[in-house]
Design a protein around this ligand. Sequence first.
Ligand code: SF4
Length: 264
Amino acid sequence: MKVRAPRHEHKFRQSFLNQWFLCPESARRKHLDLMPPETNNSNLVRGNAVHGAIEWFGGEWIETNRLPDAGDLIEFGLNEFELFANEDGTVWHQDAEQVEGAVRGNLDMWYTEVLPQLDRPTDVELYFNKVLYEDNDRVIRLSGTCDWIQDEWLVDWKNPSKAPRKNEMWIKHRSNLQSHVYTWALETPKFSLCHLSQPDVAWTHMERGPQDHAALTDLCLSVAIQIEANLPSAIQQWDSWYCSPKWCGAWDTCRGKFLGEDPF
Ligand code: SF4
């Protein structure tokens, strides 16, 4: 009797799919634990502190039906900043004072410009892990964490070090993967990226439906099949900010083998 090969089980975090977009070879290495662990850095410190404070604010609003004031929000964010900034081995791409100022500025901006557009959320930082696809050969699960959920609308907070350019916005509007994954997982068609960037908040509003989700399934299937092929390498994608010694943990053993530590 012919014995069937076991089904392949894929668990894709939304961030893994983004990594695949950036560079398939870097995603393959991450998937196989061939990358050095990521170190804490000033971008993560800024993002985590702002996220932590907004999550706290949303949680208070859900629990008490009252809005904390701006001072409490900023104080919470600065305490988070202290916690994250003191992690051993943090790499600072900007001065700590600048990052602390950005945390304060972004939270102030969120309170004055973004909060008036929001309703009381039903959830904040909601984790999901769901089966997207299965057949006799494979099952594919997708997981992620959605920042802000309210009636008919999902929002994700971004804390870029620079304001996004117009040409970044149209490509996000067309192809942003997070919006596909989150609208599918939470069955809510409207999704917005809220860039807390000085001097103005920049929004990208998107709406995704069944056809987008069918295309997402097809994309995930193509990634799964490439992983199952167990090839010794994937496509190297040079054409992004990520392919550099500063960002890619595989640099030394990939493109950096030829170009060295200071190529650009
Ligand atoms: S060095 Fe460049 S090509 Fe190689 S894995 Fe990193 S991003 Fe991809």
